[in-house]
Design a protein around this ligand. Structure first.
Ligand SMILES: NC(=O)c1ccc[n+]([C@@H]2O[C@H](COP(=O)([O-])OP(=O)(O)OC[C@H]3O[C@@H](n4cnc5c(N)ncnc54)[C@H](O)[C@@H]3O)[C@@H](O)[C@H]2O)c1
Length: 263
């Protein structure tokens, strides 16, 4: 019961493969009370309602690029909790250029801006809303999911690489402000490739998934293990970890070459 008495807002659970779905389940297992949120279009697909029922959680729709929607989300969540939140998960990503098959050397910049807005600026907007509404308790925890393409080149990840670099930078910069004012920590978790809707949108994903699995001494970290790690970061056991990009990747990020890949 690591999260007993804690209240959290979890974005990004689209279907049972979503990393956020597993995080929501684990948080509730550990005693937390949660609110689920996703873009209205994702909610219309309906699967999130099954999770909501299982977790006894309300679903509050919010397009994470809209400040108005985010204000509504945090206000309704605080009304529901009867107080502020203790933890927030940002688990949102989408690239328009990747989705439309545009190569990196010929990107559409309007789409790129949309990608940055959805995948990275939404994180700043979330923390901005938390800040403005004083929506998180002292010693709270904010986590966003990211990928190692922020630091190294993974050509098929395209403009999502820059989105993740921006996201990680927002975690550091806002981590300073939220830490100083409220002792709230902000971290990003850099997760292994994971078989989800967003993951599988990347070209050649299954081959790459197998490569990363071989390259990592522990193998790819599954979504369930990522959920465990998020629980740890939301719990009181990690109160002084902040402004970090934390690799949850079975060791992939530290490898140069693994003989297993050559075989
Ligand atoms: N799957 C992977 O290989 C992998 C690896 C590392 C990091 N991540 C990151 O994990 C996070 C979750 O992705 P996932 O793999 O669970 O895939 P997913 O497709 O299940 O989740 C992505 C979520 O983003 C939501 N979303 C998109 N646009 C939105 C908007 N405007 N407002 C609110 N929500 C919106 C979608 O509805 C969906 O629920 C993303 O940030 C992703 O980049 C994924």
């Amino acid at each position: 019961m690591l999260l007993k008495g804690k209240k959290g807002i979890i974005s990004g659970a689209l279907d049972s493969q979503s990393i956020a779905w597993k995080v929501a389940e684990r948080c509730v297992e550990e005693g937390a009370q949660i609110v689920l949120t996703n873009a209205p279009v994702a909610m219309r697909m309906g699967e999130i309602n099954a999770l909501a029922e299982k977790c006894n959680a309300p679903v509050i729709g919010a397009d994470a690029t809209s400040m108005e929607d985010l204000q509504n989300l945090f206000q309704k969540s605080m009304d529901h909790f009867g107080g502020k939140a203790d933890f927030v998960l940002h688990s949102i990503g989408m690239s328009v250029n990747v989705r439309k098959g545009k190569p990196y050397t010929d990107l559409n910049y309007e789409w790129m801006q949309k990608t940055f807005d959805v995948s990275a600026i939404s994180f700043h907007k979330m923390m901005h809303t938390i800040w403005k509404m004083d929506a998180i308790n002292d010693w709270g925890s904010v986590v966003a999911l990211t990928y190692i393409a922020a630091q190294r080149v993974f050509p098929d990840y395209s403009e999502m690489a820059e989105s993740k670099a921006l996201l990680e930078s927002f975690a550091r910069s806002f981590g300073y402000h939220l830490g100083t004012a409220k002792k709230v920590r902000v971290n990003t978790v850099s997760q292994s490739p994971t078989m989800t809707t967003a993951g599988q949108g990347v070209k050649g994903f299954s081959e790459f998934y197998a490569y990363a699995d071989k390259m990592s001494p522990l193998g790819n970290a599954p979504a369930e293990a990522c959920a465990d790690y998020c629980v740890a970061l939301f719990s009181d056991l990690t109160r002084y970890v902040t402004m970090q990009n934390l690799f949850h990747d079975g060791g992939f990020s530290t490898m140069g070459m693994n003989p297993a890949v050559l075989q």
